[in-house]
Design a protein around this ligand. Sequence first.
Ligand code: HEM
Length: 390
Amino acid sequence: MSERVDIMTPAFRADPYTPYAVMRREAPVCQVDPGGMWAVSRYADVATVLRSPERFSSQGFRAAWQPAWVGHNPLASSILAMDGPDHARLRGLVSRAFGAPAIARIEQRARDLCERLAGRLDGEVDFIAAVAAPLPAFVISELLGLDHALEPRFKRWMDDLLSVTPEPASAEHAARVRATIAELDRYMADVIEARRRSPSDDLVSELARAGDLLGDREIIDLLVSILGGGLETTTHFLGSSMLLLAERPSELDRLRDSPHLIPRFIEEMMRYDGPTQSVPRLTTSDVALAGVTIPAGSLVLALVGSANRDELRFTDPDRFDLHRGQPSLTFGHGAHFCLGAALARMEAKVALEVLLPRIGEVTRAPGEIPYNRTLTVRGPVSLPLRFMPA
Ligand code: HEM
């Protein structure tokens, strides 16, 4: 590769898969822009990075999301950014909240919401605003016991927090991110206080009760991490899935005729065009990988989106194949494997089961699709589609 790839350009965001293939072939461990971060693009190397916290620390989230201009970023200071026993302790405290009983409790309410949202899919509609953003916001409110009235704010909050890059795009961008962090801190502190006064059976009440184990700062950071982990990812996944179905009517017909294939569709979609494109890590020492030495203290992006298309791992990786049956790295690998994976799969299944029978036809509306601009997750910001109800 003669030049450094810039992973933030609109062209890269719209199609990262073509440049990923070049990176895997020519420079599987290389530096990219902005800022000369390291990028690892082959499946085997990405898996090595994710299961070697002693060499590739999760402090990478801090390096990626908490540059000096931001100040304290709750998203970069919690479970995602921890290693070793501290991480295990916090994960142990919250993992029960993501178990099967919690998911079963939320599922029927998510289904009811999808029934209501389905009515919006008539004529030209922005699928992100109509369904893909509201559903995950509703589910996280249920999980955490947050006020449903505030859901329209969630997306803006997370858009701002995830928009952090080593340098701010402008002074206005920097001010906006800092104001959002302050707003989130205030909101979460109020929620914790309210649950202390009047506990309920939600995760916030449980965490607030664990007062001697966790301080308010830790609880706020954790809540924001869960919000950050579960919102944009699932929104982008729902958006990319509906886009694929709009572009491939035969897949839509197949799923409508055989809804039992929906879980397979979800798994292959996670691989083919999953929302997590990269997971950040920080090298704890000089590390040799694929014949390249990455210096200590480097920000390394494990390019999960590229690993999922690696020809050394998947036969004919650019083909969408419902019957492939090979797991992807989209939910991560190792100690930080996504806590919300079962919840996200439930949301996607419920959405597709409810919406697909209601859709007679769906096609793309004219125009380019704008993709978001973040280091970690990728998906359409808005998605104008034309729906003809069944
Ligand atoms: C962790 C992806 C949905 C909460 C992760 C990681 C990935 C991921 C790749 C590992 C990060 C790392 O190794 O550093 C996804 C994708 C989703 C999704 C692709 C949807 C399609 C959710 C949902 C929630 C959630 C719905 C919760 C409501 C979390 C949490 C962690 C995490 C709390 C941190 C786990 C830890 O650090 O031990 N997710 N996620 N995720 N995810 Fe998800």
